[in-house]
Design a protein around this ligand. Structure first.
Ligand SMILES: C[S@@+](CC[C@H](N)C(=O)[O-])C[C@H]1O[C@@H](n2cnc3c(N)ncnc32)[C@H](O)[C@@H]1O
Length: 285
């Protein structure tokens, strides 16, 4: 059995299948569009196209309260007409990684994939050691997907990865953020310090909070401003893709795309407009 390359449709293959909310479909559609364009568009421009998934999960998910199965980020990136040359997958959950590797072996046996079990923030050096060594005669372009449940990516990890030629799609998750703002602002809580790579945000936030500024908007702006220090343009901010919950229409997360190349944003703009819905950055919930 195989998957249709023009969709994210999957099936119950008897292996471990996590559940996701119905809104996740929107995210997978956009990922599908982007991977499709990027991998084909870049195949004659770089010797190696690499896909990294830092929070890779198991490859197939079931949409909650339904019998609908979908490919998730890690397999979406494999189910392409011009797949990447190398794949690097990381997940903290051993069950996710062992299931994913079984699926890759079963459905995409010819593909070169590496699997890492552990916290991606602690495994950055290992992940980088698996990248092909770039040179003029062996060019490498990497697309890295960062899709945590919360603000689980450390800026230190982004900094280490961005030393290589790399585009990022990062999910800024607001469910956890809205719920836990009161915890994050405590001085002994280092979640946001790690996410932004410093603690100077606290002072800035203390002022803005008094003006009723939106904490999520503040975090998105601060994150983009730190990515700009790494050489990425502020285009990420203008081109974020918002995912809202299907039932209550709440803002759940924003997909933020970072590339140093204009062509990267050409693909991203097509992918987000080609998706089922698109909105600019807004936080009115
Ligand atoms: C939102 S889900 C992943 C979604 C996946 N990319 C998809 O397309 O459905 C988050 C995944 O990250 C894993 N995870 C959580 N913390 C992690 C960490 N620090 N490093 C690597 N993986 C982590 C979880 O086990 C889970 O499978």
């Amino acid at each position: 059995m195989s998957f249709n390359q023009n969709s994210i449709e999957a099936f119950d293959d008897g292996l471990y299948i996590p559940e996701v909310g119905p809104w996740a479909e929107n995210k997978y559609e956009v990922l599908h569009h982007y991977n499709y364009m990027f991998s084909t568009g870049m195949k004659n421009r770089f010797h190696n196209r690499v896909y990294i998934d830092l929070f890779s999960s198991a490859g197939i998910a079931r949409i909650r309260n339904s019998n609908k199965y979908v490919l998730t980020s890690s397999l979406i990136a494999l189910n392409l007409p011009d797949p990447y040359n190398y794949y690097i997958y990381c997940d903290i959950d051993e069950k996710c990684i062992s299931t994913l590797s079984e699926r890759v072996q079963r459905y995409f046996p010819a593909k070169k994939a590496n699997y890492i079990v552990g916290d991606c923030n602690e495994k950055a050096t290992k992940i980088l050691s698996l990248l092909p060594k770039p040179s003029k005669s062996n060019t490498v372009l990497t697309f890295c997907v960062v899709d945590p449940f919360n603000l689980g990516i450390n800026f230190r990890t982004m900094k280490a990865l961005s030393k290589y030629r790399m585009d990022f799609l990062i999910l800024l998750s607001w469910m956890d953020t809205s719920r836990n703002e009161f915890r994050y602002v405590e001085y002994d809580n280092n979640r946001v310090d790690n996410f932004l790579g410093d603690a100077v945000w606290r002072e800035k936030w203390a002022k803005l909070k008094n003006e009723n500024y939106d904490f999520r908007k503040f975090l998105a702006e601060e994150f983009v401003s730190r990515m700009m220090i790494l050489g990425y343009p502020d285009t990420a901010f203008k081109t974020m893709f918002e995912i809202r919950s299907t039932s209550k229409n709440l803002s759940l997360y924003h997909l933020a795309f970072f590339s140093k190349s204009k062509r990267g944003y050409d693909f991203w703009n097509k992918a987000r407009f080609g998706g089922p819905s698109q909105t600019s950055l807004r936080f009115e919930d």
